[in-house]
Write a protein that binds this ligand. Structure first.
Ligand code: PLP
Length: 454
């Protein structure tokens, strides 16, 4: 097997590491919040893998074919045929990004205040939209320790799922959301067996299953590598089987669809399409463009297929694993095994002297930026926010610092620079201090809060 990336680079974007003094000044000016850093002050940007990937020459050339007709554009039909081919779902609606799909779907599916929506684990905007529509989101993730190997740590606890349905009644559950890969649990995959069993239970009780499927291709790769009976199957065949165990999908196209902006809804039956489509028109735009330009639809149609290329997937997931190995072999505590799109550092273990409500995962993002100009993000109690009733901080089961790897953007040499920054911070971990708020917004506070070091 060749070791190199399965592409060569045709266009470059210069980056540089500014001096330590400049990084200190930039971090202070950003109120110790990585979302306020200018990207030109960042050397390696691992804030997110969302919309940050590099498009291929095939995607760029497809953009020139964009049909900008308001309705019924040929670009829409190319996208629709691709989605139907991969998923089997006939009814396809583009949206401006994943949260546009969530808002449209939940506003129609959640018909009563106080209904439940059940998931292996909600992504934050998905949880937010379920709540905005009046529902109570419930996570039923299997419980696995962060440092113990399990091939599918994103799985739904199907025993708890059936208990939950029996306890609360199927009529009080709007739908089941199957998140693959499971972003909030560390980009961890979900097994085919788990997806199949969840669907079987759902159908037994007449419940709808929608995929939240930003990283469908990475999940197919993990199934191919780790689940018995799939080694000889192509990722696209695995995808087709996976989608057969659901009634539709909501998707952020900014991840595995390899585009910088976009989202999707797709459904197996017309009734659901009509119901949700009614909300798309006022929120997103007409059913065949959903807030996107025709050229965006073209790029998405190409990207959805490129993401299923076995060589691309081996490189992609392999690069994340490469960074994970560099850190683990140096003794840095990380979520193990690593997920498909990011390495999650276990900041509670990395910084045991920082209490959870001084946000160790966030304190570490500041340290990594100072150490090597690397931008990461906290996924932990800071992101959880406060209980709306008591006003208390909600404690997350994990305190993570996430290093999300953009697709086809950085080389493994960059990963070595990232590892060096993390390992240097680890050697000096006792000097790293917690943070406290100097300004705390009420909703989605992590994006715009200001901090000081404790
Ligand atoms: C990114 C993401 C979303 C939200 O999509 P946006 O395109 O950022 O609006 C929803 N669910 C999952 C699992 C995601 O990763």
């Amino acid at each position: 097997m060749p070791k190199g990336e399965p592409f060569k680079i045709k266009m470059v974007e210069p980056i540089r590491l500014i001096s330590r003094e400049e990084r200190e000044a930039a971090l202070k000016a950003a109120h110790y919040n990585p979302f306020f850093l200018r990207s030109s002050d960042v050397y390696i940007d691992l804030l997110t893998d969302s919309g940050t990937g590099a498009m291929s020459q095939f995607q760029w050339s497809a953009m020139m074919l964009g049909d900008e007709a308001y309705a019924g554009a040929s670009s829409y039909y190319k996208l629709k045929e691709t989605v139907t081919d991969i998923t089997g779902y006939e009814y396809v609606i583009p949206t401006h990004q994943g949260r546009g799909a969530e808002k449209s779907a939940f506003s129609q599916l959640i018909t009563r205040k106080g209904m439940y929506v059940v998931s292996n684990m909600f992504f934050d905007t998905t949880r937010g939209h379920a709540q905005l529509a009046g529902a109570r989101p419930v996570d039923l993730l299997m419980d696995y320790p962060t440092d113990e190997f399990h091939p599918f740590k994103g799985n739904m606890d199907t025993v708890k799922l059936e208990q939950f349905i029996n306890e609360h009644g199927a009529e009080n559950i709007a739908c089941i959301i199957m998140t693959v890969t499971n972003n909030s649990a560390g980009g961890q995959p979900v097994s085919m067996a788990n997806i199949r069993e969840t669907y079987r239970i759902a159908k037994k009780y007449g419940l709808l299953v929608l995929f939240d499927v930003a990283r469908y291709a990475e999940n197919c790769h993990f199934i191919r590598m780790r689940e018995e009976g799939y080694a000889d199957k192509l990722p696209i065949d695995i995808a087709r089987e996976m989608f057969s165990y659901g009634d539709g999908l909501m998707m952020s196209a900014k991840k595995d669809a390899l585009v910088n902006i976009g989202g999707l809804l797709a459904f197996r039956d017309e009734e659901l399409y009509n119901k949700v489509g009614g909300a798309v028109v006022p929120f997103e735009g007409f059913l065949t463009y959903g807030g996107l330009a025709g050229r965006d639809l073209e790029a998405m149609a190409v990207g959805l297929r490129e993401a299923l290329d076995p060589d691309y997937l081996a490189y992609r997931v392999g690069q994340v694993q490469y960074l994970g190995e560099l850190l683990r072999s140096a003794g840095v505590p990380i979520q193990w095994p690593v997920g498909g799109h990011a390495v999650f550092i276990d900041a509670a273990k990395f910084l045991p002297h920082i209490p959870w409500d001084q946000f160790p995962g966030h304190a570490l993002t500041a340290a990594l930026y100072l150490e090597g100009g690397v931008r990461a993000v906290e996924v932990g109690s800071l992101m959880m926010g406060r209980d709306p009733e008591t006003g208390e901080n909600v404690r997350s089961p994990f305190e993570f610092t996430r290093l999300a790897i953009p697709r086809r953007v950085y080389t493994n040499q960059h990963m070595e620079d990232v590892a060096e920054a993390v390992i240097n911070a680890y050697k000096r971990r006792e000097e790293i201090r917690g943070v406290r708020f100097t300004k705390e917004p009420k909703v989605l506070r992590h994006f715009t809060a200001h901090f000081d070091l404790v």
